[in-house]
Design a protein around this ligand. Structure first.
Ligand code: FES
Length: 111
């Protein structure tokens, strides 16, 4: 089922999306959600795992891209699906947190 994209709160246009720190060390992508900025170091295997460690409550069930329970709105930024495209339906402007990782700083809105 397609769901209309909810308007996102806040303006994140001033954030640095270059992905590089001044010393050329790749910086960790930042997940902005519920007015928190959460760094997502590359040790995490998914956005869901990172959000759980930051005590952000996200629905989930299968944790493997099948059920769609972890679907959230991606307001800004880009994500990748390292294990390949998930099987669950993903609408325009939505991502599955259980099987994606941020490529850039991202802003999420929990559904
Ligand atoms: S928890 Fe099932 S698709 Fe993410």
């Amino acid at each position: 089922m397609s769901k209309a994209q909810a308007p996102c709160q806040g303006d994140t246009t001033a954030q640095n999306h270059a992905g590089q720190a001044a010393d050329d060390t790749p910086k960790d992508p930042v997940i902005r959600v519920e007015e928190k900025d959460i760094p997502c170091p590359r040790r995490y295997s998914s956005i869901l795992e990172c959000l759980e460690d930051a005590d952000v409550e996200v629905d989930y069930h299968c944790r493997d891209g099948f059920c769609g329970a972890c679907r959230v709105t991606l307001c800004q930024g880009q994500v990748a699906y390292p294990q390949g495209e998930p099987l669950a339906f993903v609408g325009e402007g939505e991502i599955l947190t259980c099987c994606s990782l941020p490529v850039t700083d991202i802003t999420l809105e929990l559904n």
